[in-house]
Design a protein around this ligand. Structure first.
Ligand code: MG
Length: 382
């Protein structure tokens, strides 16, 4: 079956893939990267994304983005761009849907807390944890641990990685040491992530009342599109005006990314995935858009991510993660049996136990973490 008639020569192709860690017969009715996407959607970690958040905690409101809706938005944006650039849509979709699988509960606060708790045991990086989920932690198949995904999907999931960790990862970590690029599909999923969260954080920030449209008018990119909306629809206001503005912002970013990337790809003269790997990053915004996006990011950091109401929630979240980690490390017998390390594991035992605790905590949804914390610390909770 032909799946790739429209692919550019520099797009990732299943037949040129570095393959799966455990060889499997080819799928009958879909491409190898479609199979990866399907495995991701059927995974346990994927369903947990519904109850994990990045800025707002899951119980704060039903309309805020969750990691699940965020991942779907990333996949939508990435696929639109991939189709325009004749890149592999199936691969870009698989990477997008899997990119946040390793995230802790409570977004960045949870990740920072877990990384701090794990300081003496190798640390905690959410990108590496996403790879760990698809390589090791999922229990779905008789023949192997994890989902046994294609190399290019795994490489895209491992978006960043410290040098120290990269050197332990073998082939998948090599590009961080050699300073090479991943496939264009991986580069694209990374930027689609950025487009998605910058825009939906504006939307959620306004919905929550933590941001106002008057404040956002300080951001040139927002003001420009807001003015355009008001000129096109005089008298427009409220949610409708916000949505019209945000959809224009998303569109402008997508169009810019397509045009700027197309130009860079042409200038670089890449003809294969190998050329892409040896080139500089080719999926990029124009310099002008880069600056606009940076201004928006700065605004969100100062006004939303560091808003005192958000700080209160992230402070509680940090405490919950630290307290659970310490309690489990002091008394591993409080852990579910699967996460307890047998006592005869020798010198390495603490490290192995800490990693198991990190896996357990990272796998928790926001509400599961809140409930588990209560069960550990409140005598009247069972
Ligand atoms: Mg993301």
């Amino acid at each position: 079956m032909k799946h790739d008639a429209n692919l550019a020569p520099y797009a990732a192709r299943p037949e040129a893939s570095r393959g799966r860690r455990f060889p499997e017969p080819p799928p009958a009715s879909r491409s190898e990267f479609q199979r990866d996407r399907d495995r991701i959607i059927h995974s346990t970690a994927f369903r947990r994304l519904e109850y994990k958040t990045q800025v707002f905690v899951n119980h704060e409101g039903d309309l805020f983005r969750t990691r699940l809706t965020h991942s779907i938005e990333v996949a939508q944006i990435a696929r639109s761009i991939a189709r325009n650039l004749h890149l592999n849509e199936d691969l870009v979709e698989a990477i997008s849907l899997a990119h946040d699988l390793g995230h802790t509960p409570f977004g960045h606060a949870g990740q920072e807390a877990l990384n701090a708790s794990m300081k003496d045991y190798g640390g905690f990086e959410h990108n590496l944890q996403s790879l760990r989920v698809v390589d090791e932690l999922e229990e779905h198949y008789g023949a192997f641990d994890g989902l046994n995904l294609m190399f290019e999907t795994r490489e895209g999931v491992l978006k960043h990685c410290s040098h120290a960790n990269a050197s332990q990862l073998g082939d998948i970590g090599l590009r961080f040491i050699q300073r090479k690029q991943p496939t264009l599909e991986a580069q694209l999923a990374n930027l689609a992530d950025e487009i998605a969260y910058n825009n939906h954080d504006v939307d959620d920030g306004l919905r929550s009342g933590l941001l106002t449209t008057a404040q956002l008018d300080e951001v040139d990119f927002y003001a420009q599109h807001r003015n355009e909306v008001e000129a096109t629809y005089p008298g427009i206001s409220g949610r409708r005006a916000i949505h019209e503005t945000i959809r224009r912002m998303i569109n402008a970013l997508i169009v810019d990314l397509i045009n700027a990337s197309q130009a860079r790809i042409q200038d670089a003269g890449v003809k294969s995935v190998d050329d892409v790997r040896n080139s500089s990053a080719l999926i990029t915004f124009s310099d002008e858009m880069q600056q606009q996006a940076a201004q928006l990011k700065r605004f969100l950091r100062e006004n939303l991510y560091r808003h005192y109401m958000v700080n209160r929630m992230t402070s509680k979240a940090r405490r919950i993660v630290h307290e659970m980690f310490d309690a489990f490390m002091q008394e591993p017998r409080l852990l579910p049996p699967d996460y307890q390390v047998a006592s005869d594991d020798g010198d390495n035992k603490m490290r192995v136990q800490a990693r198991k605790v990190a896996d357990y905590i990272a796998g928790m949804t926001d509400r599961y973490a809140i409930r588990e914390h209560r069960r550990l610390f409140r005598i009247d909770e069972i």
